[in-house]
Structure formats: structure tokens, C-alpha cells
Ligand binder design. Structure first.
Ligand SMILES: Cc1cc2nc3c(=O)[nH]c(=O)nc-3n(C[C@H](O)[C@H](O)[C@H](O)COP(=O)(O)OP(=O)(O)OC[C@H]3O[C@@H](n4cnc5c(N)ncnc54)[C@H](O)[C@@H]3O)c2cc1C
Length: 290
């Protein structure tokens, strides 16, 4: 336990920290962070207005921070059980529970080593499992719901286990209401060889060539009417444009990157500039907190 950390009555770790530490963009002011290790701690954490934080890879958090508490999944929600459940067959592995707080890239490395297929299309998504399920993250090579067998969701009314068939889901979307928390999932994986799974992952990863390697929350805007947002921003002459320490990536114009020490205000100014100069309605890909 760090010096600034206290324990709630159920034992959750509570501290005030800058959210910049927990986001891939690296901006964001302070909030009260509750790191929960089990259902009792999660229930207590959900007892006041809250937001659930995953890998922080789709967020721009305000410089002034947040009034609500921010819940992070640790403990039993960050463990991975890939052992074969009783529903498994010779071809298909139905896993034990995988925590919503498990980083997706590490999970995919394990699936590659074990030759377990169905989630290759999500390679390179720097999310946690719960965040990736909540918005059905993926690429044209596949998405999170391809590999789901069961979900456990914590709601203010209690914890539910359900099958993905009970939930409408679609392109980068699931019907899980905001702030219902994906605590654990069971995966439905096809047994292949490590080489076959590795080849599929490499193919999906190759499509990311040209994406910047710097701190970013991913693509800024959805493609309007099928036209590439990156192309529109590039054609508006905005590649390399800077505000403070935030920059429109010279490699890919639909990415705003943090050169080091950027603020959320810098990022907002670039988003406004893009909208003004492109002159078409552009819908944000990432979330602004608050
Ligand atoms: C370099 C880069 C590349 C990316 N490439 C892709 C891509 O190819 N495809 C793609 O789809 N996305 C991509 N993204 C965007 C991002 O990774 C996804 O949106 C991802 O699903 C966000 O998950 P997260 O765990 O980081 O969630 P966060 O960013 O922490 O949160 C995003 C939303 O999910 C909610 N959430 C988080 N955890 C949970 C949970 N356990 N239960 C319920 N809700 C939760 C949050 O409350 C918030 O509303 C990329 C991002 C980056 C930085």
C-alpha cells in the first residue's frame, strides 16, 4: 500500500491520483481512484457516482479531473483462467473466467502461444478485456464478440451472468449500458496451432503499419459516410499541426499524439481546428471525460 493510499471498509484501495497515469494519451487531472479486488469491494465502490476505467485507451480526460470516483479492476478481476471448461469439445475450448481488468495484449500473447483462435482480429488494441467487450473493439479482421462464450456484469442491482446472445451487439458497440461493469468473461476459442494463430495475428497487425507509436487515444474521428477521416484531415493540410504539446500525427492524420506534457485543452483545440478546417460533421471515436 502506498503512503497516499487508504482502505475502504471492504478493503478497496483508495487514492487520489492524476488520471494521466492511466490513459494511453497521458493527459487528465485527478480523481479518487478505487482499485477493487473482489465483488464486495466493487459493490462498495459502486455505492456513489462512479466511472469504470479500463486500459484508458479510448479516453481524453479533462485537465481539471473528475468529481466522480473512478473504479479500476484488480485482484480476482485481473486473473486469467484458460483451463478447459466442461462445455469444451475436441475442437473448441470454452475457458474458465478471464477478468475484465486483464490487459488484452497479454491475453492475446498467451492465445498465440497456445494456438487458440477467434480473437486474432483484436491484436494491437491496447485495451483491457472489459473495455474491449463493452464497445466490441476490433478491426476488419475480427472483434471481441467473436470469442465470447459468457459474460459477468456488475450492475447497481446486482451481478448477472449471461450469454452474448442475450445482448444486442454490433459494430464497435454492445448493448451493455454505460457503467454496468464487465467483471469477467469466458472465452470460446478454436484449437489451432500456434503457427496458424500467429499468422492471423501478424496479418491483422500488418494493417497497423503507419499508425504512430507515440502516446495517443487511437483514431480521433469516425470515417464520415465511408470517407477516410485521416484523408480529409490530411487534405486540409493539418498533418504535423501542433497546439502546445499535442500534435496531429505526421504519420497518420487521424491520430492526435502527445509529444510529452500535452494537456486535454491542447487536444480539444486540435479537435476544434480539425472540425473547422475539414468543414464536415465529424463524430469523435474517443470519449471525453467529463
Ligand atoms: C494505439 C491505439 C490503437 C487502437 N486501435 C483500435 C482498434 O483497432 N479497434 C478498436 O476497436 N479500438 C482501437 N483503439 C481504441 C481502444 O483501444 C478501444 O476503444 C478499447 O475498447 C478501449 O478499451 P479500454 O479498456 O482501454 O477502455 P477505456 O478507454 O478505459 O474506457 C473506454 C470506455 O469503456 C468503458 N469500460 C472500460 N472498462 C470497462 C468494463 N470493465 N466494463 C464496462 N465498461 C468499461 C469505460 O467506462 C469507457 O466508457 C485503439 C486505441 C489506441 C490507443
Amino acid at each position: 500500500m502506498s503512503a497516499l493510499e487508504t482502505r475502504s471498509s471492504s478493503g478497496a484501495a483508495v487514492s487520489r491520483q492524476a488520471l494521466a497515469r492511466f490513459t494511453t494519451l497521458g493527459v487528465g487531472g485527478e480523481a479518487e481512484i478505487w482499485t477493487v479486488a473482489d465483488h464486495a469491494q466493487l459493490r462498495e465502490a459502486m455505492g456513489a457516482p462512479y466511472r469504470i476505467l479500463g486500459g484508458g485507451s479510448n479516453l481524453v480526460v479533462a485537465d481539471q479531473g473528475l468529481g466522480e470516483r473512478v473504479i479500476r479492476l484488480g485482484g480476482e478481476f485481473a486473473t486469467t483462467d484458460l483451463s478447459a471448461g466442461p462445455e469444451s469439445t475436441a475442437d473448441t475450448l470454452i475457458t474458465g473466467w478471464v477478468g475484465g481488468g486483464v490487459p488484452l495484449p497479454g491475453l492475446l500473447r498467451k492465445l498465440r502461444q497456445l494456438g487458440l483462435s477467434n480473437l486474432e482480429g483484436t491484436v494491437g488494441v491496447p485495451a483491457q478485456v472489459g473495455g474491449a467487450v463493452w464497445m466490441n473493439a476490433g478491426t476488419r479482421f475480427g472483434e471481441m464478440f467473436d470469442g465470447l462464450y459468457a459474460l459477468e456484469i456488475a450492475t447497481p442491482e446486482g451481478v448477472r451472468q449471461l450469454s452474448p446472445d442475450e445482448l444486442p451487439w454490433g459494430y464497435r458497440h454492445s448493448a451493455i449500458p454505460r457503467n454496468h461493469i464487465v467483471t469477467r468473461v469466458r472465452l470460446k476459442l478454436v484449437r489451432r496451432t500456434p503457427e496458424e494463430v500467429g499468422a492471423k495475428m501478424d496479418q491483422a497487425d500488418l494493417a497497423r503499419k503507419g499508425q504512430p507509436k507515440m502516446r495517443t487515444p487511437g483514431c480521433a474521428f469516425k470515417n464520415p459516410g465511408g470517407v477516410s477521416a485521416g484523408k480529409l484531415i490530411d487534405e486540409a493540410g493539418l498533418k504535423g499541426q501542433r497546439v502546445g504539446q499535442a500534435m496531429i500525427s505526421p504519420e497518420h492524420a487521424n491520430f492526435i499524439v502527445n509529444l510529452g506534457g500535452a494537456s486535454a485543452a491542447d487536444v480539444h483545440a486540435l479537435l476544434s481546428l480539425i472540425r473547422e478546417r475539414v468543414g464536415l460533421p465529424l463524430e469523435l471515436e474517443y470519449e471525453l471525460w467529463p
